[in-house]
Write a protein that binds this ligand. Structure first.
Ligand code: TA6
Length: 346
């Protein structure tokens, strides 16, 4: 054949391997082609597992965590959306962020319209819906079958008043909308919450991403940079203090709300033996962070915290907005989130 007449080869764009996503039994699982994976229970839109490409689990989950919807899941990343009915005096409060009143994060205040709401609000013990996924559909420019794979997948979950129990709805009768996004990428895990006020009345809220990070040994980690930051110490009667340590180490029950942090400055959990960064957490729209470890007695006192010595292998670093109350005016929306980068050796 006269080779000059042979048709040029037609470039074939290979479809790179895509993330896999499944939904079964109210559990969404997603896996990237490179092996990273995440598991999200529709109950509470709770992330219960996040593994890096080599399969290393990055989150701590209690062996006794209730996974049947009977109570909030102990571990992973519970979404804490406590609410408090806006007192009349604040209903026309001009600022979006009311004056930082006393720290009320945790059990709702006594004798209050929401005082019978569960601690940490209703988001983590409600059944959310899976709204779907979006991934960066990368197509390969090369014809090789080992083309670049998708490196991220975003899973969206929704909660609205019609999905709440009548009892909860009666206690917090606001027309809200929540969209919680979980983004798994090769670089790390992002979770963000969008709050919409779809009604005609302002409401206020707090939010916390109650992340249980898995560590090998609590006595061999340190958390920084919190030096000079003001914090409320719930182990010392919610008194206010200023952090003096360049990095904090945990050797007893620790329950501190660090306030007014620069969300773009990573909170870093490092190994105190090797100096390796184990986790680096940046935030958007969330200027507070809770550091919590129950230690021996409190761990033993929680029926769904198992094993009893599990406190040695977890630390909660919880990005949130809990030092004050965010006021959301009718028709407005708010968004806040975190991005957790795991150790480069994970
Ligand atoms: O985030 C810290 C904290 O508020 C602690 O005070 C402790 O109560 C922890 O959360 C666990 O709360 P839970 O309601 O999940 O038992």
């Amino acid at each position: 054949m006269d080779r000059s007449k042979k048709p040029a080869a037609i470039g074939v764009t290979a479809t790179p391997p895509q993330p896999t996503i499944s939904l079964a039994n109210n559990i969404v699982q997603a896996t990237l082609p490179t092996g990273e994976s995440v598991t999200v229970h529709l109950y509470g839109a709770t992330v219960t597992s996040w593994r890096t490409a080599n399969g290393a689990e990055q989150l701590w989950l209690s062996d006794a965590a209730a996974l049947d919807g009977s109570k909030p899941i102990r571990g992973g990343i519970p979404v804490v959306f406590p609410v408090r009915r806006l007192p009349p005096i604040l209903s026309s409060h001009p600022s979006r962020r009311s004056l930082a009143g006393p720290i009320v994060f945790g059990p709702p205040p006594p004798n209050h319209a929401t005082s019978s709401l569960p601690q940490h609000g209703f988001a983590r013990n409600s059944l959310w819906e899976f709204l779907g996924k979006s991934s960066s559909e990368s197509t390969s420019s090369s014809s090789s079958s080992t083309a670049a794979a998708d490196n991220a997948v975003k899973l969206d979950f929704g909660l609205s008043p019609s999905m709440l129990s009548p009892d909860t709805k009666s206690k917090w009768p606001y027309e809200f909308g929540l969209v919680y996004s979980v983004t798994l990428s090769r670089e790390g895990l992002g979770t963000s919450l969008q709050v919409r006020n779809q009604g005609g009345e302002n409401f206020e809220f707090q939010v916390l991403l109650h992340t249980y990070l898995a560590v090998e040994d609590i006595s061999k980690i340190q958390i920084s940079p919190l030096q000079g930051k003001s914090y409320v110490d719930k182990v010392r009667n919610a008194t206010e203090h200023t952090e003096s340590a360049a990095s904090i180490q945990i050797s007893a029950e620790t329950d501190r709300i660090y306030k007014d942090l620069d969300p773009s400055v990573p909170i870093v959990v490092t190994s105190s033996s090797s100096g390796t960064d184990l986790f680096s957490i940046t935030r958007e729209g969330l200027t507070d962070a809770v550091v919590w470890n129950p230690w021996i007695d409190k761990a033993r006192s929680m029926g769904d915290f198992s094993p009893d010595d599990g406190y040695k292998r977890m630390v909660c670093v919880e990005a949130g907005s809990v030092a004050g109350w965010t006021v959301l005016e009718a028709g407005e929306s708010w968004e806040g989130g975190q991005f957790i980068r795991p150790s480069s050796t994970s």
